[in-house]
Design a protein around this ligand. Structure first.
Ligand SMILES: [Zn+2]
Length: 345
């Protein structure tokens, strides 16, 4: 599986360059469709514009779903202020502090793009004294400073910017010599890249999975209904999504985490035992962890009424929903566990 790590990291860097805030994911889904097809894999765009890629298995009448989500955090224009700044509404859940000072792109309905910066409305310490240091950031005082000479609502409207326009953040992607990958939106593009790496491994080594696989690239996970609908004959869904290392957590950036429980409750115990067994057999570095404020596409699928067993694994991503970081070893360990899983009964 080591052979597929470089490909996975390269494809991750490419995916991170394509903005895909939740609700505005058509472009990335289209690019992913072509990437899978270039490998010779059949794919189809679902009615709600996610992607399903099928790999036939030994057992064809039972389908294993392996999901990752292509949508990310982002924002939408909520209001145009009289001074030409933009107020925002969040897409997905995050703290305003993490985007204070971040560069962004506003995409208009007509397809125009404008750059800007997300700032607190009293940022200058020279003008506002203690306010920039002490004031809580919220959706009333965070705004976009557009990189155009606009000083009124009319100026902004004349650019074609309107309420409802999508805003994406600069990801500031960096890969370090020591193997760390720092970027926004590793959640969950790292897992989409892992699925591509796994598919390349399957194709190049003529692997026949035990059960037919449906890779589901979902596009509404950050708002809770990414995998609400599963393909026919599905009996199991394994979501690939970031683990969240931190104080009191067992997850590590270098490990694959097998999730025991999150806000939605426990994941399927038998599936968890199987995944732990597979990791042990192959000396894959793993952790079992519990996430306090977390839901996944697997829990969304079960909540929506799908009659399936559900599991969740993924590499550790530090500072999730902020400026995130993971390690190549976390990607490799996740790939290794998936390689074992698809061939298991
Ligand atoms: Zn995620």
């Amino acid at each position: 599986m080591e052979k597929y790590l470089d490909y996975t990291v390269n494809v991750l860097e490419k995916l991170l360059k394509i903005p895909s805030p939740t609700g505005d994911t058509n472009k990335i889904i289209e690019i992913l469709k072509h990437t899978f097809e270039d490998m010779g894999l059949k794919s189809k765009i679902t009615i709600k514009r996610g992607l399903i890629v099928e790999v036939e298995g030994e057992i064809k009448d039972k389908v294993r779903v392996i999901s990752a989500h292509a949508d990310t955090l982002g924002a939408m224009v909520k209001d145009i202020k009289s001074n030409g700044r933009l107020l925002l509404t969040q897409l997905g859940g995050y703290s305003w502090h993490t985007v204070d000072g971040e560069n962004c792109v506003i995409s208009t309905l007509e397809g125009k793009k404008y750059t800007g910066t997300i700032l607190f409305d009293k940022t200058s310490v020279h003008n506002y004294g203690d306010s920039p240091r002490n004031d809580k950031r919220d959706d009333k005082n965070m705004e976009i400073r557009i990189d155009e000479r606009v000083y009124s609502k009319d100026d902004v409207e004349s650019l074609g910017i309107n309420v409802g326009d999508f805003v994406s953040f600069d990801t500031r992607t960096t890969v370090t010599e020591s193997g760390f990958i720092k970027s926004r939106h590793l959640d969950d593009k790292v897992s989409v890249a892992i699925i591509l790496g796994l598919c390349k491994y399957i194709v190049e080594n003529n692997i026949i999975p035990k059960y037919t696989l449906n890779f589901l690239i979902s596009n509404y996970e950050e708002v809770g209904h990414g995998a609400a609908f599963l393909p026919k004959n599905s009996f199991e869904i394994l979501a690939i999504d970031m683990a969240s290392p931190g104080q009191g957590q067992t997850s590590k950036e270098e490990y694959v985490t097998i999730c025991a429980k999150d806000s939605s409750g426990p994941y399927d115990y038998e599936l968890r035992k199987k995944l732990v067994g597979l990791a042990k057999e192959d000396y894959i570095e793993y952790a079992i962890d519990i996430f306090n404020f977390y839901g996944s596409d697997a829990s969304a699928a079960v909540r929506a009424g799908n009659n399936v067993r559900h599991g969740l694994i993924g590499p550790g991503v530090d500072a999730s929903h902020g400026y995130e970081r993971t390690h190549k070893l976390g990607i490799l360990n996740t790939l290794k566990l998936l390689g074992k899983y698809i061939e298991s009964l």
